[in-house]
Each structure stands twice: as structure tokens, then as C-alpha cells.
Design a binder for this molecule. Structure first.
Ligand SMILES: Nc1nc2c(ncn2[C@@H]2O[C@H](COP(=O)(O)OP(=O)(O)O)[C@@H](O)[C@H]2O)c(=O)[nH]1
Ligand SMILES: [Mg+2]
Length: 238
């Protein structure tokens, strides 16, 4: 399977160099696509430097910060154009361990259409996160799964592997969410389309360097959209 790892970055100057090396070590066969929203801290330039050294790393430079959803929409469209068979998505701040990538690709090989690295299945965990974020993520996910009736325990995990054809089939460019809700929006569309989703445990570690881009606005968008989709699904059924 020709594989690309899509890495959205915004102000990850302290992480990106080491992270790109870690990805190459863990998944040497995979190409990498960095999607940077013109980070003022020079993340893209640093990524270009590693790209020149290691090869098979591309940096997609976008005009400005437009959110995780928009960055992934752009990255996935590029990955489709370049004909990859498998697309891995993950954060660029070491919260997601690149060592799990081969397991995810194996699960795709075994027949999954999408593999979600889950904090909320047995052996999954979140460490170092403040209690506030742990609760928000855990209960946000419980709410999401209940309201949307999704058989997935971690809809907002950004660490995933997709069979490119299954992802293309739901047309990610047609999604609208800006923040984490984008991840839920994809799960919802994949399941509606009959995709086989498998969860594999991951241990999510809080970043050691740089800062989170999570905001009250992103949380509000997520809750609002999940509620809206839930109401929409119910009125459609009746
Ligand atoms: N390109 C791009 N990347 C983003 C944006 N917001 C967050 N990211 C990246 O998405 C990943 C997850 O974001 P992060 O702030 O660590 O979220 P948290 O782990 O939930 O606190 C990191 O690699 C960020 O650099 C954005 O607006 N544009
Ligand atoms: Mg993070």
C-alpha cells in the first residue's frame, strides 16, 4: 500500500523536526505531507529543511490559520490527487506515537476501511492531560456516540488510518466543520456509507513543547454540530 502520513501543523517549531524523524523511523515506507497554516514561528521552513535531508516529505503551505478541518480537507485532496492507497492522519506534537502506524496499516490490510487510534478502548489511555481536558474529551465523546448513535468510542481522535478509496467515497471536501467536529463529521459519514471502522488502543500523551490550539470556540462548534446532526438524524427518521 502506498501510504502518506498527513500532518497538520500550526506553530510546531519545537516539535516538527524531531517528529518528522520519528515518523520516518517508525514508518520508513510512508511519504509525509505537512499541512502548515503559515505558522508565524517558522514551522514550514524547518519542515522543508528535514524534507531536503530525508526526502519523500512535502510541505503544503497554506495562507493562514483556518482550523484543523480546513487543513485536513486540503491535505486529503492532495493525497487523493497523488494516488495514495492509505492515508494516515496524526497530530505533530508527539501526542500520537508514530510507533502505532504499522499496526494501523496492518489493520487496513486485514480489511478495515478506517482505523481509529482510540483512547477509550481497553489498553487505551490519556496521560498528562489536565483533569479538565480529560473530562471534556471523555464526556464529549460519550455525548457524541450517544446522540449520533455511533459505535465508536473515540470520535475526536485525530490519529487514524484510512483506506484512501473509503475516504474518497465520502468526499471529505464536502465537510464543513472547522475544528475537532471535523473528525466526528468524517466518522459519521464513513459509517453512513457502510465503511468498516476498527478502533485500536493508543496512549495519548500531552504535548511537552508548544501550546494547544484548542479553544472555547472549537468546543462550542463541536457540541453544537453534534447536537444539530443528532436532531437532523431523528427528524429524518420520523
Ligand atoms: N494546519 C493547521 N494545523 C492545526 C491547526 N490547529 C491545530 N493544528 C495542528 O493539529 C494538531 C492538534 O492540535 P493541538 O493544538 O495539539 O490540539 P490538542 O492536542 O487537542 O490540544 C497539532 O499538530 C496542531 O499543530 C490549524 O488551524 N491549522
Ligand atoms: Mg496536541
Amino acid at each position: 500500500m502506498r501510504t502518506v502520513v498527513v500532518l497538520p501543523t500550526y506553530n510546531e517549531a519545537e516539535n516538527i523536526v524531531g517528529f518528522l524523524r520519528a515518523v520516518r523511523t517508525a514508518a520508513p515506507e510512508a511519504d509525509v505531507l505537512v499541512v502548515d497554516d503559515n505558522s508565524p514561528d517558522g514551522t514550514a521552513t524547518l519542515a522543508e529543511g528535514v524534507a531536503a535531508e530525508l526526502g519523500r516529505i512535502k510541505v503544503l503551505l497554506r495562507a493562514g490559520k483556518a482550523g484543523l478541518g480546513a487543513a485536513y480537507r486540503h491535505g486529503f485532496t492532495t493525497a487523493f490527487d497523488e494516488g495514495y492507497d492509505a492515508i494516515v492522519s496524526m497530530d505533530s506534537d508527539f501526542s500520537h506515537d508514530p510507533a502505532v502506524i504499522p499496526t494501523m496499516l496492518q489493520l487496513l490490510d486485514d480489511g478495515a476501511d478506517a482505523v481509529i487510534g482510540s483512547r477509550y478502548v481497553p489498553a487505551g489511555a490519556t496521560v498528562d492531560w489536565p483533569l479538565r481536558r480529560r473530562l471534556l474529551s471523555r464526556w464529549g465523546n460519550k455525548y457524541t456516540a450517544a446522540v449520533l448513535r455511533l459505535p465508536v468510542s473515540d470520535c475526536t481522535s485525530g490519529f487514524r488510518a484510512y483506506r484512501a478509496s473509503a475516504l474518497k467515497a465520502i468526499d471529505p471536501a464536502s465537510t464543513t466543520a472547522e475544528g475537532y467536529a471535523f473528525l466526528t463529521e468524517l466518522v459519521r459519514k464513513l459509517i453512513a456509507n457502510g465503511a468498516k471502522i476498527v478502533e485500536t488502543p493508543i496512549v495519548f500523551r500531552d504535548r511537552q513543547f508548544g501550546t494547544s490550539k484548542m479553544s472555547g470556540r472549537i468546543i462550542a462548534e463541536s457540541m453544537l454540530l453534534v447536537t444539530k446532526w443528532g436532531i437532523f438524524d431523528r427528524t429524518k427518521r420520523h
